[in-house]
Design a protein around this ligand. Sequence first.
Ligand code: DAK
Length: 274
Amino acid sequence: MEYIVYEQKGQVGVITISREKALNALNSQVLDELNECLDAVNLDEVRALVLTGAGQKSFVAGADIGEMSTLTKAEGEAFGKKGNDVFRKLETFPVPVIAAINGFALGGGCEISMSCDIRICSDNAVFGQPEVGLGITPGFGGTQRLARIVGVGMAKQMIYTGRNIKAADALRIGLVNEVYSAEVDAEGNVVKTAQEVLLAAAEKMAVTIAKNAPIAVRNCKKAINDGLDLDMDQAIVLEEKLFGDCFETEDQKYGMAFFLDKNKEKVKEPFKNC
Ligand code: DAK
């Protein structure tokens, strides 16, 4: 693959969109490779994913404007579908996906981060949906996901004005969960860049998720995602079903037996995913 780097670190998979010269903008090839990469993730081993961009400047600066500029209506639709299919694959991916946003997350970049379960960013991150300034609407789910994450009023303000917001504001409105800065020593020298601190934090969070019972984590993702589209009565039934599915698994039996065991010397074994 030319633009996607994938590394499996134990039970965590790290996907890096690596098209630094164009600030990791999403062209058709990036989308195809990302799709292929997701299909190849070894779900027998991987329990959480981290998605990030190469370099310290940009997570993803949007869909590729050069490629889009000459599209016909039909090609525009096909491009939109390609993006939406892979974003939806990320959103419904069986294991949680953490977006580690290291710089610009504009247009399709903001949208791909919103297809992930959790967003954390570096303090130089910039978010926005600038599409109306280009004569188009957000086309990779921005009008839908932004409103669901930050509320209708704030989403409308961001989308209608097309104005970017900085990391601190993204934190304030709930678009990201955490903001990370560079680590400096007493003399003010940078010991770790914000991007390094961010990636370490994302991987640490992924490891924490990966240590929990995998069937339960997957079912939580499904319950939250699918439940949001239902009314409360139906959503509770869905939760009951996914809760019930955890019983009789080895992980449920082991997790509860471990708690009930009064031998405090005993060390908890890793969950087995069965
Ligand atoms: N596409 C293509 N190339 C891009 C790019 C992008 N989105 N963003 C940056 N680049 C390229 C620049 O052209 C430049 O290339 P060279 O000139 O070096 O060859 C290189 O990356 C470095 O960028 P700059 O020189 O501009 O760097 P600066 O630091 O000066 O500025 C910036 C950084 C992020 C503020 C600026 O590059 C910028 O404003 N970029 C565009 C951001 C943007 O508007 N993003 C939203 C794109 S629209 C749809 C499906 C999806 C979408 C719409 C419809 N359908 C349903 C069909 C999605 C739309 C979008 O995402």
